[in-house]
Ligand binder design. Structure first.
Ligand SMILES: C[S@@+](CC[C@H](N)C(=O)[O-])C[C@H]1O[C@@H](n2cnc3c(N)ncnc32)[C@H](O)[C@@H]1O
Ligand SMILES: [Zn+2]
Length: 415
C-alpha cells in the first residue's frame, strides 16, 4: 500500500492543520453542525445494523440511510466477487458505519475511512476496531481526517488506486469531489455518490444546479427522477473530461433528506456521440415529456402546440437508471445472505424488484400520474389492472410491429 505511511504518521495537530488548505477553496466547508438542523434525527449511543454493533457519537448519522448502505454493500461484494479484490475509500465516513459494513460484509481487502472532522476519530476507531486492523502490508484499514479532495488527490499522486470510492456528502457538494475521485479510481471501478439537494432537483435553484451538475433544472413533476439524472449527468461530464464514461448500476431516491444515490461504474473511453446525455422537455399544457438530443436542440416543442408551455431541463443523463444484470446479482446475493425472502426484508426486496422493472432501456424519461392523465382526458381514472393490461397490450403490439418490420427488412435484404 503506497499512500498511508506518510499520511498516517502525521501527528494529529498537524493533520488537522492540513485540512485547512493554504489557498483555501472557497467551496470547501466542513459542515460540522449541519446535523443540528431541525427535522433531522441524530441519536448518539449504540446502534445495531445488520447485526453489527456501532456507535454514532456526535456524528451525523441516520438510521433511514440503512437501505442505501445495504445497496452499497451488495454492489461492493459483487464487484469483489468478479475482480477478486476490493479496496474502498470512504471519503466522508461520519462515524464509519459504511466503512465497517464494507469491511465486515463486503469483505473489503483494504479500506481507508476519512472524515474531515477529526473529533470523530475516537468513534471511528472504536467502530472499525470490530474488524482486526492487521499490520504492515496486511493492514486492512486506516483512518484519516482530511478534506475529501485532499485525501483523494494524495492517493492519486501516490498512485494508490481504489476499486470503490464512496462520496456521501451533504447537498450537492459531491460534485466537488467527482473529478479527484475518478482520477483515484481503478479503471472499471465504482463510485457510490450521494446528493441531498432537493431544492435543485425541484427546479428551485437552476443557477445552483448549473454550477453543480452543469444542468439547468426547470420545475417538472418528476423531480425525484430529475435529481438522479442530474447527479449522473454531472458525473458523465466529469468523466468525459478525463476520457472516461460512466454506467449507472443502480439509482436510488429516498424521501428522507431527500436523498439521491447512484452507483456508477467508470470505464475508459468517452460516451459515444453524447449518447444518453441530453435534454428533457415537459409541456405544462398537456403534461407530455420527451427526451431530446443535442442536434435536436432547435426543434424542442410539444405536438399540442401549447405556446410558451414547454420547459426544458438539461443536459443530464437520459439513459437507463439501472443495470438489470447487476441488480439481478444483487437480488440473488441479498437472498443468499438472508436479507430478503421468507417474509423478511420485504422493503429491500420490493425496492430491488422495482429497480429491475425500471431498468428496461426502452423506458423513456419522465412519467405522468394516472389521475392527471384522466383529468386532462376528462374521464374517470381507470383501475390499475385495466391500465396495466392496456399498457401490456400496446407493448406487445409494438413488439409485434417491430418484429414484423425486422422480418420485412430481412425479406427485402434476402431478396
Ligand atoms: C452525510 S455525513 C456521512 C455519513 C456516513 N457516510 C454514514 O453513512 O453514516 C457527511 C460527513 O462528511 C464530513 N465532511 C463534510 N465536509 C467534508 C469534506 N470537505 N471532506 C471530508 N469530509 C467532510 C462531515 O463531517 C460528515 O461526517
Ligand atoms: Zn403539450
Amino acid at each position: 500500500m503506497l499512500l498511508t505511511p506518510t499520511l498516517l504518521l502525521l501527528p494529529k495537530a498537524l493533520s488537522f492543520n492540513i485540512t485547512r488548505p493554504q489557498n483555501p477553496n472557497p467551496q470547501f466547508k466542513l459542515h460540522r453542525h449541519r446535523h443540528l438542523r431541525p427535522g433531522i434525527r441524530c441519536a448518539s449511543g449504540v446502534h445495531t445494523e445488520r447485526g453489527l454493533e456501532f456507535e454514532s457519537g456526535e456524528s451525523f448519522f441516520r438510521h433511514e440511510s440503512a437501505t442505501g448502505r445495504d445497496l452499497g454493500v451488495l454492489g461492493a461484494y459483487i464487484y469483489r466477487q468478479s475482480k477478486g479484490e476490493l479496496r474502498v475509500l470512504d471519503a466522508l465516513c461520519g462515524c464509519g458505519i459504511r466503512s465497517l459494513r464494507y469491511l465486515a460484509e463486503a469483505k473489503a481487502d483494504f479500506l481507508l475511512a476519512n472524515d474531515a472532522n477529526d473529533e470523530y476519530r475516537g468513534v471511528i476507531l472504536r467502530n472499525l476496531g470490530k474488524v482486526e486492523r492487521g499490520f504492515g502490508d496486511d493492514r486492512r484499514w486506516v483512518v484519516t481526517h482530511f478534506d475529501a479532495n485532499r485525501i483523494l488527490s494524495e492517493c492519486y499522486l501516490q498512485r494508490d488506486f481504489f476499486d470503490l470510492i464512496d462520496i456521501d456528502s451533504f447537498g450537492s457538494d459531491s460534485s466537488m469531489f467527482l473529478r479527484s475521485a475518478m482520477s483515484t479510481l481503478r479503471l472499471g471501478g465504482l463510485i457510490y455518490v450521494t446528493s441531498t439537494d432537493g431544492y435543485s432537483s425541484g427546479g428551485h435553484r437552476p443557477v445552483h444546479s448549473l454550477a453543480s451538475y452543469g444542468a439547468y433544472i426547470s420545475p417538472m413533476p418528476f423531480s425525484n427522477e430529475i435529481g438522479l439524472r442530474a447527479l449522473i449527468g454531472g458525473a458523465v461530464r466529469e468523466a468525459s473530461v478525463l476520457g472516461y464514461h460512466v454506467t449507472p448500476l443502480f439509482s436510488y431516491y429516498s424521501y428522507h433528506g431527500p436523498v439521491f444515490r447512484v452507483l456508477l461504474r467508470v470505464n475508459r473511453g468517452k460516451l459515444p456521440e453524447n449518447r444518453h446525455y441530453g435534454f428533457i422537455s415537459y409541456c405544462n399544457k398537456c403534461g407530455d415529456s420527451k427526451d431530446f438530443s443535442w442536434d435536436e436542440l432547435g426543434q424542442i416543442h410539444c405536438p399540442c402546440e401549447g405556446s410558451g408551455s414547454v420547459v426544458v431541463t438539461g443536459p443530464l443523463w437520459t439513459g437507463p437508471l439501472h443495470c438489470a444484470s447487476y441488480l439481478s446479482e444483487m437480488l440473488n446475493l441479498a437472498e443468499q445472505w438472508g436479507w430478503i425472502g421468507n417474509g423478511v426484508g420485504t422493503v429491500l426486496e420490493k425496492l430491488l424488484r422495482q429497480m429491475l422493472d425500471e431498468s428496461d432501456p426502452r423506458l423513456p424519461s419522465g412519467y405522468m400520474k394516472m389521475d392527471e392523465m384522466a383529468s386532462r382526458g376528462k374521464i374517470n381514472t381507470p383501475s390499475m389492472k385495466t391500465m396495466m393490461s392496456a399498457i401490456c397490450k400496446v407493448t406487445t403490439q409494438e413488439a409485434l410491429l417491430d418484429m414484423n418490420q425486422e422480418l420485412l427488412l430481412g425479406l427485402v435484404y434476402n431478396g
